[in-house]
Design a binder for this molecule. Structure first.
Ligand SMILES: Nc1nc2c(ncn2[C@@H]2O[C@H](COP(=O)(O)OP(=O)(O)O)[C@@H](O)[C@H]2O)c(=O)[nH]1
Ligand SMILES: [Mg+2]
Length: 188
């Protein structure tokens, strides 16, 4: 039948189109963790925004788009208490390329973070990179990144999110993760 040919090429074009969209779509980075561990501060650090010491709990979530190496990335910062997180997390983390799970590096919080990690793992695709941020390394009694990593069993990076000098470190980490993800996408 005559109409089949154009339809077919149309379909092919649209699949190629979709594939290229997939490669250029802004990467989605989700920042999760229990309240007051420093998620919003870390988000501001990534985006180069002014950091304040005042704590104001995030209601719902903040969504920010930012440029990174000439590419757009979307950063989702989720606020909320445990019950709220449990209820809504799957909707929010859906389609994430990277998840930063933040802990304040106290022994108690690291254990709570492990529970959150186990829950989150089931909500995203295997291709999603999940890494831990051992924040508040400036506070007395903090666990070292190595010890946090032993508990969480995922790559763990030390951080002091209130120190703007650490912006380069978090950007370098994002760059490494993005390159890794790009390489995987290209190989598809
Ligand atoms: N000492 C210290 N305080 C931090 C650090 N990161 C964040 N904070 C403080 O911890 C509090 C909670 O931070 P916030 O980013 O709002 O936490 P969120 O609830 O996870 O978004 C704020 O008072 C921040 O200034 C850090 O690395 N060291
Ligand atoms: Mg917050």
């Amino acid at each position: 039948m005559m109409w089949k040919t154009p339809l077919k090429s149309e379909q092919i074009r649209s699949t190629q189109h979709l594939k290229s969209i997939h490669q250029i779509a802004p990467a989605k980075i989700s920042i999760i963790g229990t309240p007051a561990v420093g998620k919003t501060t870390l988000t501001k650090l990534m985006r180069g925004q002014q950091i304040s010491n005042r704590y104001s709990p995030t209601m719902g979530f903040n969504l920010g788009q930012t440029q990174f190496d000439g590419k757009n990335i979307r950063i989702w910062d989720f606020g909320g208490q445990k019950a709220y997180l449990k209820q809504h997390l799957s909707k929010y983390v859906h389609g994430s390329d990277i998840i930063f799970i933040v802990t304040d590096s106290t022994p108690k919080n690291v254990l709570t973070t492990r529970e959150l990690l186990e829950h989150s793992r089931n909500l995203v695709e295997d291709s999603c990179e999940i890494v831990a941020i051992a924040n508040k390394q400036d506070l007395p009694g903090h666990m070292s990144p190595k010890r946090v990593e032993d508990v969480l069993q995922i790559p763990t990076f030390p951080m002091v999110a209130i120190d703007a000098a650490n912006r380069e470190h978090i950007l370098a980490l994002i760059r490494t993760l993005m390159n890794h993800i790009q390489a995987i996408k290209k190989g598809e």
